[in-house]
Ligand binder design. Structure first.
Ligand code: G16
Length: 542
């Protein structure tokens, strides 16, 4: 067994997007592709003497990629790797292990909610010592390195047996194989009132958790059915599979349709939830009522003090720019600072580290807090359960009271997927060129009060991120946002975010797409999406 150096050449396009480098699996499995990117990571963050966490969501190629990364780490002088058993770690559990063990960061293998399999998606991302995704300055440096490197180092040798907890050696490097669930479960137990939730389940409360054949299965089984005593069978699709059982592990009403059907059916349980490929996203549904991620963030912010971990109140809240302003209204009522960041969890890291925000959330089914530096699907579900256990009301009752108090931000996202990349970029460029003409003009009876391309100055380190999405804001709080997704692997995905504020007391219980009708029509007048894409309508409406 020895470290060898292989000659290689830069591979174009190894540029991390919204959350790491995501490509089709065959691309990642191509000659030197994974190796080049991992070498670029190690060269950028430094390897000698370091300790890193390694794990992934179990998708196809996860196991092979983990073995390659371990051998590369050993050859590059890494001292210790903490690896989830079977190379499995949910993204929030990885974030926790990075922090708990005071490591130098971690490598997470996941393409999140994108489907997995030999012809589907794979991804690699690096998280910093604070447990959060690498910021743009670091991912840019990785990309730059990938474009000039000429060799990579790898240990020649056998695979490490990752099938059970324990310690192994790979040349000079120690490999510590850990239970993926245990430390994470302990963290949750410290944040939430497990006794109250246990009593609620014991009293007959019924829940359905859809793990979508992805990584949260073992976590949800251990915590919900194990520690909290929910009946066996509460968690469905609980075995992680390399192809997610053919499911698209994206917890939204479209892809988690079976759960939606059950929650709107005659024998609906009290509470429904789903999580995604790597366990950082969540969807929550009550009996007969869907809770949008933006509303969920607002409800969690308004009620977090009911959970022991947040009893002292929140330091502040943050949301991504396209996320609805529902949480801003809670923050204003509670006198909390609130922040608006670009899309991408990495932008919350500084706010959390600096103690400026406790809760963060995004419209893209992500919610989290300062307990880790990633969004956390099961955490959000457990916080909901804690709130339900204390308030003893159905989800619909909680939502009705919330809207009555704060008003309602009707909200929807329309996605146009797999568009030709150049055409989509040209459409956005044309729109950006028209923004200056919009203020003062009226569409569907709504007057534009501001229109811009969102730029963010990080309040902690002063870094500036420009071109983060077009905003058209109307007097009265309605809003249209357009941006191109940074997580797709095929062509371009255009995201159109639509929001309309209704202060109440009237009009708080309308059908969402109907309530948004004027905003949808205004968006078409302003951006001419259908005309420029040739599409009759969006592919996915959430
Ligand atoms: C990632 C990011 C999120 C972002 C989402 C959608 O989530 O971490 O911050 O909101 O992608 O991004 P986009 O609109 O650019 O596709 P995940 O769950 O995919 O890691």
């Amino acid at each position: 067994m020895t470290a060898v150096t292989h000659r290689t050449a830069p591979i174009a396009g190894q540029k991390p997007g919204t959350s790491g480098l995501r490509k089709k699996t065959p691309v990642f499995m191509g000659p030197h592709y994974l190796e080049n990117f991992v070498q670029a990571i190690l060269d950028t963050v430094g390897a000698a003497g370091r300790t890193f966490v390694l794990g992934g969501d179990g998708r196809y190629f996860n196991d092979r990629a983990a073995q390659v990364i371990l051998r590369m780490a050993a050859a590059n002088g890494v001292a210790r790797m903490i690896v989830g058993q079977g190379a499995i770690l949910s993204t929030p559990a990885a974030s926790h292990l990075i922090r708990l063990n005071r490591t130098d960061g971690g490598i997470i293998l996941s393409a999140s909610h994108n489907p997995g399999g030999p012809t589907e998606d794979f991804g690699v991302k690096f998280n910093m010592p604070n447990g959060g995704p690498a910021p743009e300055s670091v991912t840019e440096a990785m990309f730059a390195r990938s474009q000039v490197l000429t060799e990579y180092r790898i240990w020649e040798g056998q695979d490490i047996d990752l099938s059970g907890p324990g310690t192994a050696r790979l040349g000079p490097m120690t490999v510590e194989i850990v239970d993926p669930v245990a430390d994470y479960a302990r963290l949750m137990e410290g944040l939430f009132d497990f006794d109250a939730i246990r009593a609620m389940f014991a009293g007959g409360f019924r829940m359905r958790m859809d793990s979508m054949c992805a990584v949260t299965g073992p976590y949800a089984k251990a915590i919900l059915e194990g520690a909290l005593g929910a009946p066996a069978g509460t968690v469905v699709n609980a075995t992680p599979l390399p192809d997610f059982g053919g499911m698209h592990p994206d917890p939204n009403p479209v892809w988690a349709k079976a759960l939606m059907d059950e929650m709107f059916g005659p024998d609906a349980p009290d509470f429904g939830a789903a999580s995604d490929g790597d366990g950082d996203r969540n969807m929550v549904v009550g009996r007969g009522i869907y809770v949008s991620p933006s509303d969920s963030l607002a409800v969690l912010a308004a009620n977090a003090h009911l959970a022991p971990g947040y009893r002292g109140g929140l330091k502040g809240v943050a949301r991504s720019m396209p996320t609805s302003a529902a949480v801003d209204r809670v923050a204003a009522a509670l006198g909390l600072p609130h922040y608006e960041t670009p899309t991408g969890w990495k932008f919350f890291g500084n706010l959390l580290d600096a103690g400026k925000a406790t809760l963060c959330g995004e419209e893209s089914f992500g919610t989290g807090s300062d307990h880790v530096r990633e969004k956390d699907g099961l955490w959000a579900i457990l916080l909901w359960l804690n709130i339900l256990a204390v308030r003893r009301q159905p989800v619909a009752g909680i939502m009705a009271e919330h809207w009555a108090r704060f008003g309602r931000n009707y909200y929807s996202r329309h996605d146009y997927e797999a568009l030709p990349a150049e055409g989509a970029a040209a459409m956005m460029a044309a729109l950006r060129g028209r923004l200056a003409d919009l203020p003062g003009r009226t569409f569907e009876g709504m007057t534009v009060s501001a229109a811009d391309d969102f730029a963010y100055t990080d309040p902690v380190d002063g870094s500036v991120s420009k071109g983060q999405g077009v905003r058209v804001i109307f007097a009265g709080g309605s809003r249209i946002v357009l941006r191109l997704s940074g997580t797709g692997t095929e062509g371009a995905t255009l995201r159109l975010y639509l929001e309309r504020y209704v202060p109440g007391p009237d009009g708080l219980h309308e059908e969402v797409q109907a309530a948004l009708g004027p905003v949808i029509r205004a968006a078409e007048s302003i951006a001419a999406i259908r005309a420029s894409t040739g599409r009759a309508g969006p592919d996915v409406v959430t």
